[in-house]
Design a binder for this molecule. Structure first.
Ligand SMILES: Cc1cc2nc3c(=O)[nH]c(=O)nc-3n(C[C@H](O)[C@H](O)[C@H](O)COP(=O)(O)OP(=O)(O)OC[C@H]3O[C@@H](n4cnc5c(N)ncnc54)[C@H](O)[C@@H]3O)c2cc1C
Length: 491
């Protein structure tokens, strides 16, 4: 039996799985609704050390880096206020600069017509316009795959240049296999027309295409700063946070969960009884944890969900001091199919405080070479040393480093289940899972993988908030599943 915190405050005991943005926000909202009293709330986190999930910040020998690079941007004023209240003094406003490196040339991203035109050349640009016009006249029908969706809006040639290679690197499957839903969510509101309009006429008020936002906020020590602060506040309010506890089983009596069972340090199993359960762990894991008692269609649909994994090789570099640093971008997309890295993060450009200047006569930098992969594939299993070597060699090949820059240290972070995959029959499977999970009276899923929804921090947080309110207020619990159904801001 897990150590039980004092109940004593008359509120139902709640177990929350996962201390990422969704789980931490759910706990915070419960504490708020209980007048600041966190007793009877237990947060179980699989990671032995760090909170924040995919939004954590890792610190290696004083150099900080994220899993991806996390922009803080939300259209929801409640979320923006929530962030500001927690870190009133620590937010930077960062001007976004990102480019696509393709065939040895830099293309501004979001695309700028003159830059794209001069890089592609007049002939190729003309061909792009022709292929765009052709697709406007003869669109692909039905629009099923990612390729169909993009070519219908951008034309075949722009699809080939700017979407195909990178998207296939990210997902590891062909764009014909990838669902059009993902494009609709990932780049909704963005068509060639909008991209060009946006480049010439900055939108003032009105509709913001979120994927094109040119300024964002960022905590000076990375997103982990937000989540560590939240953890500390929760602990102070009496919430019990147990690290290194992976929820493996949910014990049920009929259609009610009775306890979560965790696997902890040294293989120790503990059970955590509660009246309510908020689970931000991946949906596939929840279904597995329900075990044999779960209905067969639920188990089958859960097992079919797929994820894409991600690893970052952070390279610490020492080089000559230059006015601009290594390069001006926050990140660069690598479309070159010969290079395995998909994106490069330049953490100094997110916040200078992420990169301590430890040597008076040299400039220190930290780049995150990002590789999209599958848990268990060759890249994932490669040793840290050979991954660091690969990342260093690819950086050299891309000619991104000023002369005299050397790699002095490095660190590899593997992030399983970074992306829920939208492919095959996932939509049907998700419908089955949602229907079955809703039958459990006291289990609520939330978050990104928890709902198998491509959520950013803000929407992941909203789902946690709603789950907490549902416990306190009663009523239908289906609302959690509808957050972010019209998402636009996604990287
Ligand atoms: C490359 C990349 C870039 C991104 N960029 C941005 C961005 O710029 N801006 C933005 O807002 N969002 C961004 N996101 C999205 C953001 O990371 C997620 O929305 C957010 O972290 C999801 O929060 P969550 O709590 O739902 O899940 P997670 O962050 O995945 O946290 C889940 C937590 O649950 C724990 N857990 C898992 N299984 C169990 C278990 N069985 N028992 C107990 N604990 C468990 C995990 O260890 C983890 O700590 C990005 C994501 C990626 C992959």
């Amino acid at each position: 039996m897990g150590q039980e915190s004092e109940k004593g405050n008359g509120f139902p005991r709640v177990v929350i799985a996962g201390a990422g943005p969704a789980g931490l926000t759910a706990a915070t909202e419960l504490v708020r609704l209980r007048g600041g009293d966190g007793r009877g709330i237990t947060l179980l986190e699989a990671d032995p050390q760090r909170v924040g999930g995919i939004s954590k910040t890792v610190c290696h020998h004083g150099f900080r880096f994220d899993i991806g690079g996390h922009r803080f941007f939300s259209k929801n004023p409640e979320i923006t206020r929530w962030w500001e209240e927690r870190l009133p003094e620590d937010f930077l406003t960062v001007k976004r600069q990102s480019r696509i490196l393709y065939r040895g040339r830099f293309f501004d991203y979001p695309l700028k017509p003159w830059n794209a035109l001069s890089n592609l050349g007049l002939t190729e640009s003309g061909l792009c316009v022709l292929s765009y016009s052709r697709r406007k006249l003869f669109p692909l029908r039905p629009e099923v795959s990612f390729r169909d969706w993009v070519t219908n809006r951008f034309g075949d040639r722009l699809y080939q240049h700017f979407f195909k290679t990178y998207t296939e690197k990210v997902w590891g499957i062909s764009c014909e296999e990838l669902s059009a839903d993902w494009a609709a969510q990932r780049i909704k509101g963005l068509s060639l027309y909008h991209a060009v309009w946006n480049a010439f006429f900055k939108p003032s008020g009105g509709k913001v295409v979120k994927t094109l936002i040119d300024r964002f906020r960022y905590p000076r020590l990375g997103p982990g700063m937000m989540w560590e602060k939240t953890r500390d506040d929760l602990t102070a309010a009496g919430v019990e946070i147990r690290m290194g506890r992976e929820v493996k089983r949910i014990h049920c009596r009929g259609n009610r969960a009775a306890a979560a069972e965790t696997l902890g340090p040294e293989g120790k199993r503990e059970t955590w009884p509660a009246e309510e359960f908020i689970l931000s762990m991946p949906l596939r894991e929840t279904v597995l944890a329900l075990g044999e008692s779960a209905p067969e269609p639920l188990r089958r649909a859960g097992a079919a969900l797929r994820y894409r994994d991600f690893l970052t090789v952070a390279l610490i570099l020492r080089g000559p001091k230059t006015a601009e640093g290594l390069f001006p971008d926050n990140w660069i997309y690598i479309h070159d199919p010969q290079v395995k890295a998909g994106r490069i993060q330049n953490f100094y450009r997110w916040s200078p405080e992420m990169v301590p200047q430890t040597e008076p006569d040299a400039a220190m930098n930290c780049l995150g070479m990002e590789y999209f992969c599958g848990e268990g594939d060759t890249l994932w299993r490669q040793s840290d040393e050979s991954l660091k070597e690969l990342a260093r060699a690819e950086l050299e090949r891309l000619e991104l480093l000023p002369k005299g820059t050397e790699c002095v240290d490095g660190c590899v972070i593997r992030m399983p289940k970074a992306y829920p995959v939208y492919a095959g029959d996932y939509r049907r499977d998700l419908g089955i899972i949602r229907g079955e999970i809703l039958k459990y009276e006291n289990i609520q899923q939330c978050g990104r993988n928890g709902l198998h929804q491509y959520n950013n921090q803000d929407h992941s947080m909203l789902t946690g908030m709603l789950a907490a309110r549902n416990i306190q207020n009663g009523g239908s619990r289906e609302n959690v599943w509808h957050v972010n159904e019209d998402a636009q801001y996604l990287e």
